[in-house]
Design a protein around this ligand. Structure first.
Ligand SMILES: NC(=O)c1ccc[n+]([C@@H]2O[C@H](COP(=O)([O-])OP(=O)(O)OC[C@H]3O[C@@H](n4cnc5c(N)ncnc54)[C@H](OP(=O)(O)O)[C@@H]3O)[C@@H](O)[C@H]2O)c1
Length: 255
């Protein structure tokens, strides 16, 4: 018996789950990407790209494709998508689980300045022009236009729009993972005074945090938004087991 599953992607956990699912003949899975990355890594299962057209569009998609279970493996900061899928699955009584990585926690030697939003990160950088390494993703960059006097070293996968609002910047295009040694060298060579990061969790981008610790640099850490009420797993193998359970005995909703 096969089960039709939708995997909302955009995270390394989603990619890991997709690799596990691709080896199975009894799971008919589709990966959904937002379509923000120009050249996403090829996935070994059928993939759709682009928004669903809001909550109603998502409900229509789930109905039309007769999806039987959903895994929300979006990035921990993709709040709107998580809210939509929680509401859509509740409406259709579909089983839903979230797959996400644990948040990073500060350890001895870290100098974290934790803030709630990108706007708070801008404020905490202060009024004195500083050299700032911005690794917040292009969606959060507009907030930093409020402090155009800092020098920003910006790293992104694709060239972000609107960089003219940050006249004093240098752009690096690169895709994780990064090494601690490489991050340390970069921050030293560029005379970085602050690192700004989201608390994304996971290993692929943790090297910058470890490198900042080695260099004694302050890290402005943007906390995660509040999690939706969905049950959360942090291991792709557990998510596969969850799919298997629903394939054997589909339940109305929940884990
Ligand atoms: N936010 C981050 O820091 C971050 C970092 C790395 C990767 N990502 C990934 O980038 C994507 C966009 O992030 P975001 O913060 O813009 O999300 P978001 O604010 O939660 O979502 C905005 C809209 O983008 C569409 N969308 C998001 N994820 C989608 C998916 N997996 N499949 C189809 N449509 C999707 C939906 O459009 P409709 O309303 O039209 O359905 C959603 O309402 C996500 O897939 C996320 O996993 C985000």
């Amino acid at each position: 018996m096969t089960i039709r599953v939708l995997i909302l992607g955009g995270s390394s956990e989603a990619s890991a789950l997709v690799r596990l699912v691709a080896e199975r003949g009894d799971i008919e899975a589709t990966l959904s990407l937002a379509g923000r990355t120009a050249h996403p890594l090829a996935a070994p299962i059928p993939t759709r790209s682009g928004g669903f057209g809001g909550l109603e569009g998502l409900v229509d998609y789930l109905r039309h494709h007769r999806i039987e279970a959903v895994i929300d493996a979006t990035h921990p900061f993709a709040l709107q998508m998580s809210r939509h899928v929680e509401e859509a699955c509740a409406r259709l009584a579909l089983p839903l689980v979230a797959l996400t990585r644990a948040a990073w926690k500060p350890v001895a030697g870290d100098r974290w300045l934790e803030v709630g939003h990108a706007a708070d990160a801008v404020a905490i950088l202060g009024e004195v022009p500083s050299r700032v390494f911005l690794t917040v993703g292009r969606l959060s960059l507009p907030a930093f236009a409020a402090a155009p006097f800092h020098h920003y070293l910006i790293r992104a996968i694709d060239p972000p729009d609107g960089l003219e609002a940050l006249p004093n910047h240098e752009l690096i295009l690169a895709r994780p993972p990064f090494s601690i040694e490489g991050e340390e060298r970069l921050m030293r060579d560029k005379a970085i005074e602050f690192l700004v990061s989201k608390n994304s969790g996971g290993e692929a981008t943790y090297a910058k945090i470890a490198a900042a610790r080695r260099l004694g640099l302050p890290v402005v850490m943007i906390r995660r938004p509040k999690q939706a009420g969905t049950t959360t797993l942090d291991d792709p193998a557990q998510a596969l087991a969850w799919i298997e359970r629903h394939g054997r005995a589909p339940s109305p909703r929940g884990v």
